[in-house]
Design a protein. Sequence first.
Lengths: 206, 524
Amino acid sequence: MTHRRDFVASCGALVLALSGCQALLSRTRLASLALADPHPDDYEPVLGALIATILPFDHPRFPPISAAEVQERLLALFPLGDERYLVLQKGLMVFDDTGLFPVLEPPMVAEARALQGANDAAIAACAAQDRRRYVEWRRAFPSGATSFIALQPPARTGYFRLWGQSGFNSKALFYSSAKRLVMIAAYSMRDFWRAIGYAGPLLKPS
Amino acid sequence: MTRITCDILIIGSGAAGGVLAATLSELTNKRIVLVEKGGYFAKDFFNQNELDMRVLYAEEGQRATVDGSIVVRGGECVGGGTTVNVALSFDPIQAVWQGWQRDFGLTGFSFASASDYGVSGLNLRSATAEVRRRVNVHTPADAEINDNNLILDKGCRALGIAAKRFELNMRDCIGCGYCTEGCAYDRKQGTMITFIADALARGVQLIHHCSIDQIVFERRGGVTRATGARGSVRASRPGSQPNTVPPGALQIAAGIVVLAAGSIESPALLERSGHPDPQHILGKGLVLHPSLPVIGLMDREIVNYRGISGAIFSDHFYESRGFYFECLFGHPVYGSFVFPGVGAEHFELMLNFSRTAAFGVMLVDSVDLANRVEWDRMQRKAVIRYRLRESDKSRLRFAAQTAVEVMFAGGAREVLLPSEESVGTLRAPRFQRAEQAALCAELQFRPHATTITSAHCQATVKMSEDPRLGMVDSRGESHAVRKLLVCDSSAFPTSCGANPMIAIMSLARYQGRRVAAELARYDL
């Protein structure tokens, strides 16, 4: 008894949590990304690369499902083309531009003060830590690539982790929300249930 | 526009509203209307699917603190939290209520066989006894305890930590393990199939899918009174029971308004209704029982997601440190959120699903007025601002360390926390030996890096005889607005000290009996 429209509405609430990422969209190099509405041809490949980072499709015990199928399900559950998902579309584009990670500090200072109660010293420490980790990541995965999509898989994982490790709420929120979106799409599928040994509901689907 | 007139309007049909409706319809002949924001779903709707059943939850299960870091789950359907919880039943804790009498000047709420307010037999103990009987609170039998619960029991006992069996409001549970998706067998005795069923049989009108925009206040002769509420009824979701009014605008005139919408929605509704708040305390001092899952990987397959989810707990550290260990287990979507990491690391943890044990640390958090609920006019929703206090973090570190030790003592070969914070030389708190549990002292509980959950919001419209400390008095009556009562978890001045369902129901039974005996006080 799935009610698709209800479920889409429910996912909308989750994606709204990503509105925190609006703090990412307000300064200098970000201006063009902020002003232009991204095309699906731009943000969907970023989403695809994220899915392939969050789920290990090459694992020997991975269910017989492709990244494209997970993406199709995710987009069915979270119709990113809708205007209400504009923040997520833009968040994906900002995320894709790896060079922006260490320069995202200014737009997030106000948010860090308001949401986290951070003082100037704490904010400076967060920013310095982000820059240090970014440099370490660049050193570990030397590449001329400037976009997430263009990175090799291990570098992608390292880059995605940078966001999760950040002390700035917007970056960490992007990490946890992106992980959740992909996990919802994957682990609500019966093929995943079979892979992990979950028998599912006792009631038969109607 | 639908216009309705009643004597008593109850807003919210959860643990409090359902009991109020039943009690007032049992003891009076007044016309009662019970409104619920969510839908009215009976057992045939509950299909045991995690995603489909999100419609039973506030914001479809995604309600969170404003920074997005703590998901704050709450039932938003007829029966409220009692429809989607796991039936854990704790009687009101006498020491807590006595503390409220001392610190907030509360009167009544006797635990002895007293007659509070001169009402024959009215006391909190008798109210609790009546609630317990109606929802069949009992202790599960040995045969009903699954492997996951036995692991917590074994681990606690091995370390000399007292473990106990929960009391549960169930009747002949079949052990499907889907309490949080609504009981498809009507075995969990939530208010929907007990108190609300009683109320409906006595003629109470239930209006669901009903959002109340505003409680209507009328000022006359220098006195402000509540005279009803305005809102709207949405078209019912597919699968809901029929409604009693058509979709559209709704206006309800009422002799008294009893607000029982829970600790998030009650203060938000008062705020947007323009309820006076001269002390700036409305919505402030939220406690939400932050909870930290603890995960054990076993060498053998165990029964975890089938059976009674919560049967064993420990209150060993409640008095000294203010936390509980409570056995719980989730299904794959929830589990996938809780397991740390991404990629192969995460997937390999998921492959252990049938060998995974879990329980939760539930912290009784202290009051901080900066933790609060606000009505956001732009977003048109209640916003939850909450940060763990440093003193609470300190207790949570000790609780996490002890919990890890308990999980190892229960037989786990590896224990992990839902966290990606580095501790010691470990990239994340993923422990191979019990001695490593001491590294929990380094946890910062950084938002998003460590998963903290919540399901027990309380204390945002506090009761106190002192208007500087509370919005309502011991009767639940607003200090500023006549004929307006608040009766739900928001009225607790602080945490009630345990899973709150039975304490909320007891409060509602108590206040319902009192109102029924004091109708003249409300010109009813």
